[in-house]
Design a protein around this ligand. Structure first.
Ligand code: NAI
Ligand code: A1CAB
Length: 281
């Protein structure tokens, strides 16, 4: 959607069903990327959320999802997995009439479920973005069902690329692992930040100093990871002087089962994705 000048109702306009945290991040990315906000139509029952989206981005907002999707060529489903079935059922007639490209960002919910709930036979792209999308620094995994053609893939890719990097996944069964890795992943880093800050305070540092030290360390390390072209193990090796301070810390992490704990956490999130699919079918 790089510099689209979509007018409301034209097939190049985009409808968001759900205008919460993630939709807000994606809409911010689209508008920053040059998409005409007049062609972005958002449905949300929450009046405050609607007003904020209109004020902040100049998009159109509707209480009624059917009004938001009218004439839109791409429908982005951004409601919670728990209400997805009901929301889709309410739009099935319009979906069958309009044959939009369906894009979902919901955890767990499969492309087959979305297609079935919307009446069947539709091109569906199941995606999993993450909250750094707000800064254009997100990453999104995408899976397309067999009905999505090259133009549909391109449209979905452009939509999510305004939020950061995109990674296409061929096997939909792996989308729950994407959720467990990058969808939920920012929270793992925030937990590490909390733990580092608390540990620094416990060692006697002032809270504001502890926060700055932890935050800048994570920022600097993340930039080295993405900008140096070096694998993480090599970057770690360069910090770790023989018998030095880092070695003492890393040995403590390893003895405590850090890697296994991360693997268990990612697995729990991955498994929860499957449960969300089954529980809301
Ligand atoms: N928060 C995150 O880090 C990520 C969330 N997701 C997925 O994004 C989806 C939305 O999550 P959030 O934005 O975090 O939740 P949220 O609660 O901030 O947003 C959901 C929005 O849907 C609205 N809504 C409820 N019923 C509706 C209806 N019938 N029609 C239209 N809108 C309706 C709510 O008023 C709310 O504003 C979920 O499916 C989640 O799995 C995906 C990737 C990351
Ligand atoms: O916690 C969740 O279910 C959503 C999906 C990925 C991030 N947040």
């Amino acid at each position: 959607m790089s510099t689209a000048t979509a007018s409301p109702g034209s097939s190049s306009s985009i409808a968001f069903i759900g205008g919460g945290n993630m939709a807000r991040s994606l809409v911010g990315g689209l508008v920053a990327a040059g998409v005409d906000p007049a062609g972005v139509r958002i449905a949300d029952p929450n009046a405050q959320a609607r007003e904020a989206l209109v004020a902040d981005f100049g998009v159109q907002a509707f209480a009624d999802a059917a009004e938001a999707v009218a004439g839109a060529g791409t429908w982005v489903f951004a409601v919670k997995p728990q209400v997805m079935r009901e929301v889709c059922a309410g739009l099935a007639g319009a979906a069958q009439a309009g044959r939009p490209l369906v894009v979902s960002i919901a955890a767990g919910i499969t492309s087959a479920q979305l297609d079935r709930w919307l009446g069947g036979g539709l091109p569906v792209v199941r995606t999993m973005p993450n909250t750094p999308a707000l800064l254009g620094a997100g990453v999104t995994g995408l899976y397309a069902n067999a009905r999505v053609d090259d133009a549909g893939r391109e449209r979905a890719d452009r939509l999510l690329a305004s939020a950061g990097a995109t990674v296409w996944i061929d096997d939909e069964a792996l989308m729950d692992a994407v959720t467990g890795t990058s969808g939920s992943g920012p929270a793992y880093v925030f937990l590490l930040a909390e733990a580092m800050e608390a540990a620094a305070v416990a060692e006697g540092l002032a809270p504001d100093a502890a926060r700055t030290l932890a935050q800048q360390t994570l920022l600097g390390a993340a930039r080295m990871l993405t900008e140096s072209g070096e694998p993480p193990a090599e970057l770690r090796r360069r910090v770790t002087s023989p018998n030095g301070t880092t070695q003492a810390a890393i040995e403590t992490f390893e003895a405590g089962g850090f890697r296994e704990l991360v693997a268990r956490a990612v697995h729990a999130a991955t498994r929860r994705g499957g449960e969300l699919s089954a529980a809301n079918d």
